[in-house]
Write a protein that binds this ligand. Sequence first.
Ligand code: ADP
Ligand code: MG
Length: 640
Amino acid sequence: MVATIAQYQFQAETRQLLDLMINSLYTNKEIFLRELISNASDAIDRLRFETLSNPELVTGDDRYEIRLEVDKQERTLTISDSGIGMSRDEVIAHIGTIAKSGIRELRENIRDNQPGEMLTGSIGQFGVGFYSAFMVADRVTLVTRRAGEATATIWESAGDGNYTLREGQRSSRGTTIKLHLRDETAEEGMDDYTDPWVLSRLVKKHSDFIGYPILCTFEREEVDQLGKPLPGGPRKTIVVEEKTLNSMKPLWTRPQEEVDEREYAEFYRHISDDWNPPFKTIVLKAEGSVEYQALLFIPAKAPYDLFYHASESGLRLYAKRVMIEKRCEELLPRYLRFVRGVVDSADLPLNISRQMLQQDRHLGQIRKWLTKRILDAIEELNRDYEKYLSFWEQFGRALKEGVSSDYDNKERLVKLLLFNSSNDPQTLTTLQEYVDRMKEDQNEIFYLTGESRSVVENSPHLETLTERGYEILYLIDPVDELLVQTLTEFQGKKLKSAGKGTIKLNDTEQPAVAQDEAAGLLEFIQKPIDAYVKQVRLSNRLVSSPACLVGTEMDYSPQLERLLQKGKGGGPKQRRILELNPNHEIFVKMRHRFMKDNQDQAVAECAESLFCYALLAEGSELPDTRRFNQLMLGNLLQTL
Ligand code: ADP
Ligand code: MG
């Protein structure tokens, strides 16, 4: 019977990626081996996990191993594993396509960066590890048999955009990947991947921690010296030896002093799909009543999707060295989702199901303990400002989420927050530092939220405060709006928005005009803008500006209001408070005219213009641009 060969095309995206990879300047080709071994190890992990509930999968063959074989004549390298294997559908789903949405980002990255450099960083991150095979091979044949199935699937491709699938045989479950190596010339200085010693070196370098034996056959000639001299010279025998290339020790069980940075970095890469070395490595050993070990990493860069709703997170969970879950989200609070790593517990039952896992009481304890230790590590980073800053730039936002969600650790988290401040445009400040700098008579921590530092810095709301030398925190990250909902005070000092309520300063001077003296005028001013403004009052915030808009303590800031309105169903439309500067020439003139004629239309139009002025000054949009333009043209005509 002739097996039917089906021809398929890669997704357009996959094809582009392959082209990039094959034609890039990228020189560090040796990583293909690490990628394929990493997949093999994952496949065995998955098999072991499935056998916990379905032991028949491995009846008769419970060897877990990865095997490298070379053929110098044919110039092939074969990597096979006794892992879970793939069904035909799985091959199509996982090998023919790139599922991760990150692929677009990857391409954009490559366009914007040095091609070689960027690709190095991206290969693993975007889950394209398998394709690295085409950096060294011009044809790849994959034979795979899913555990529990009788037949195998053969996938083959020359990396040219097409691949074929046919049914085949494999003596047992697992996957075999045969690389038909490209012809390499000596000038390129390429390693010979058909040399077991080269493979041995690469395994030591990149894959030593893999938990299953990586086996390779070595041949050497032995010259028989003792035998009688033979006509053709001394007798040579070929000795064939099988060696395990990796030490196989799970990295988290080894004492920290014995493991070097590079080994941790390789392991991190294996579990995280991030090629950059970790920013910080945290090695933890069992404490207290539950026995567990953990190896955690803080990445150097936040993944592009960290703040997307559906971003992936979770630590690898092992029970006595058997992987139970690849991404166990219950091990950490959500805001620490950027932490990668492994937790191995001797106290979890091996046959635990996902549902049971969620209710397991040990897990809650582990989570508490891990959280504490991660915060310890972050606090330690915080002793070095520069170092902490690079952490903060990547993950500061996540910590802000924690302030609102992790009640138990709120105090510790608050101390880790950094803010822009009027004190110094170059450095960020902590709340503690702010409090230490507070003026003697100052009772509140002043802040203003806004879109950017320059908008906030130039906002009229801050004029009096700035003039009198009060420090103001500039909260310019969109999540700051949510932060200040829960972070309302620090060390007994209230956080006070300069754009809300009234500002009470101990050294406030008496205004030139009292509020009730101007009551009639203020009422008159409100009329034309009543749809947008719920009150008009005199301000003590302003020095050089004639007007600004503020809210009550309970109101949303304009930024948050805009944010909410963008969301589903839109948000509430608020009316705000227009504050006027009683010392400003405009106000003085308006008052003068109003006293002469309390129906003066020029005063009413001036009120509208001031409202628009205040909106523009804080970076808000005008509700009615046409009306504003009319007013402005009128003013221009008067000026000319
Ligand atoms: P990743 O490992 O990040 O998922 P890869 O491109 O390395 O990305 O592999 C893609 C997928 O192909 C894997 O997730 C797995 O489902 C499947 N796969 C690759 N190699 C093997 C293998 N040796 N055994 C079983 N499945 C494999
Ligand atoms: Mg992989």
